[in-house]
Design a binder for this molecule. Structure first.
Ligand code: SF4
Ligand code: SF4
Length: 280
């Protein structure tokens, strides 16, 4: 994203809408300026502000006249009065920033559609996490913080060394140059994104080990990490396997969301299940 200095009238409205605090009024230029290294290309500024097309010279003149009369002239707070934002044509590797930061764009850069991951939300249909397994989502970054891929790589390499494998249909996995070692493409390591998610699953017995690994790496990186744990309920809709482990580790559990099977197991899965039964 760029701000056209010829159009900007330094009203400051956009500085409040940037979730990464990447926009500032340059005291020398007297124009709003974007810190390109911190900008994650989320487009909140471009899409979040109404773009009026007032003449910049006219707006500056009016503002100066009002200033002389000790009156402030300010545009509405949700407006860029001169439509000064100009999206860049994003090239690789910068295009990765947008894919992980603007939820409205498909993950073209990673080959995965939409925001990129279903996690365990549709598990009853996808069957990703099976009985006896635990699925983890490890999310890096948040608005105001963001995450760089070299931080994510620290986690992915640690998990890979522990013999954990990564979900294939996940955008971060698709950006690994070596999935077996959790190594992410070198050319994107310094790219900053709003947030990104690693997805793994392990047998239930490894739950505590994985959580302790995540805790350990979390202390070594500068972004925030949110850990999601997904498991299958028993026939009574209860989880008496993973919940006790989490409680022992100090998590206070509340039942927040239960995904029930509103879809159906796809035909391939049914066939596979049937085969398993026959062979058993
Ligand atoms: S809202 Fe538009 S005119 Fe105002 S400071 Fe930002 S870019 Fe400049
Ligand atoms: S694209 Fe997003 S991060 Fe970049 S300047 Fe605009 S609001 Fe800030």
């Amino acid at each position: 994203m760029r701000i056209n200095p010829a159009k900007c009238v330094a009203c400051g409205n956009c500085t409040y809408v940037c979730p990464m605090e990447a926009i500032y009024i340059d005291p020398v230029l007297k124009r709003a300026t974007i810190n390109r290294d911190e900008c994650v290309e989320c487009y909140a500024c471009f899409n979040g502000l109404s773009q009026e097309h007032l003449n910049p010279t006219m707006v500056r003149t009016v503002r100066n006249l009002f200033k002389m009369m000790r009156v402030r002239f300010e545009p509405e707070p949700d407006v860029c009065p001169t439509a000064a934002f100009e999206p860049d044509k994003l090239e690789w590797p910068r295009v990765v920033r947008r894919a992980f930061s603007d939820p409205r764009v498909p993950h073209e850069s990673t080959g995965v559609e939409g925001r990129g991951t279903e996690e365990v939300k549709t598990n009853d249909v996808s069957g990703r996490v099976k009985v006896g397994e635990v699925g983890f989502t490890i999310e890096f970054g948040r608005p105001g913080v963001g995450a760089r891929f070299y931080e994510i790589q620290k986690m992915s390499q640690t998990l890979a060394r522990a013999g954990v494998s990564f979900e294939k249909k996940n955008p971060v996995t698709s950006l690994m140059s070596d999935v077996a070692t959790g190594t992410i493409r070198e050319d994107i390591l310094n790219e900053k994104v709003m947030s990104a998610i690693l997805e793994i699953k392990v047998p239930v017995e490894r739950t505590e080990e994985v959580i302790r690994l995540v805790w350990d790496v979390e202390k070594q990186i500068s972004t925030v990490v949110a850990l999601g744990v997904g498991t299958r309920c028993d026939e009574n809709g209860e989880d008496n396997v993973v919940a006790p482990i989490l409680e022992r580790l100090g998590y206070k559990l509340e039942r927040a969301k239960t995904n029930i099977g509103l879809g159906r197991i796809n035909a391939v899965q049914q066939k596979t299940d049937a085969k398993e039964v026959v062979h058993a």
